[in-house]
Design a protein around this ligand. Structure first.
Ligand code: PLP
Length: 235
């Protein structure tokens, strides 16, 4: 088990490094986020022991239960990323539990997170989830709205908008996803010209991480290629 996990992790890092080299980028410009949804606490622990530090989860309840079972000794500095849809009524737990929230998809949610973070004395890092086509995950703001949301949140002192995230439609051929990744990068670059300093692009999963890295991903979210096939998720 442990052996397999560390081989899988090495394999993913190797794929990441090759893609970065092809694109003339440094491999350490890209963070590997291990998507540990539906993965048990002992296996997550194995991944931590194998050296991983960034983990992505998509459900608050599953994650808070898992966190208790992890029995983490002090001194591990881990970063937890919320990558699944966040309902407003769960925002408080999200701000308590997660270092980065990738799935902010409305101004109302951003406002709520800012307020909760203020109450907790925290600067919450977030990404804006962008929906680039009708076939995509049903959540995310439209690209026309990105600049509006950036302007509207600019004076929210307890939010730090690190960048953008997208979940493109699935294609067997990863080349077909390239235009989506490129689009997200272009939106970020346009926002940069308007004075919004967004560094992170959270895009790319197990089967298309190379293309995402070639197009500028700074965070790839990888589940299957590390932990193996998941059991079917209940939507
Ligand atoms: C599950 C999930 C992933 C990981 O997908 P794999 O294909 O298993 O690598 C990445 N991002 C999001 C938002 C997910 O829900």
């Amino acid at each position: 088990m442990e052996q397999r996990l560390s081989e899988n992790i090495k394999g993913v890092y190797r794929r990441m490094a090759h893609a970065a080299m092809r694109a003339g980028r440094e491999p350490d410009e890209v963070t590997l986020i291990a998507v540990s949804k539906n993965v048990s606490a002992p296996v997550v622990r194995g991944a931590i022991e194998a050296g991983l530090r960034d983990f992505g989860e998509n459900r608050i309840q599953e994650f808070s239960a898992k966190l208790l079972q992890l029995f983490l000794p002090a001194g591990y500095s881990l970063r937890w990323h919320l990558i699944g849809h966040l309902q407003k009524n769960k925002a408080k737990s999200a701000v308590e539990l997660f270092d980065v929230i990738h799935s902010v998809d409305s101004l109302e949610l951003a406002e709520r997170i800012n307020k909760l973070a203020e109450n907790m004395g925290k600067i919450q890092k977030i990404l804006i989830q962008v929906k680039l086509s009708d076939e995509e995950s049903k959540y995310g703001i439209l690209q026309e709205e990105v600049l509006n949301i950036l302007s509207a949140t600019a004076d929210m002192k307890n939010l730090h908008i690190d960048g953008l995230m997208t979940i493109p439609p699935f294609f067997d051929d990863p080349e077909k996803v390239r235009p989506f990744f490129r689009e997200l990068r272009e939106i970020r670059d346009r926002a940069g010209k308007m004075g919004f300093d967004l560094t992170e692009l959270s895009m790319g999963m197990s089967h298309d991480l190379e293309v995402a890295i070639e197009e500028g991903a700074t965070m790839v979210r990888v589940g299957t290629a590390i932990f193996g096939e998941r059991k079917k998720e209940a939507a």
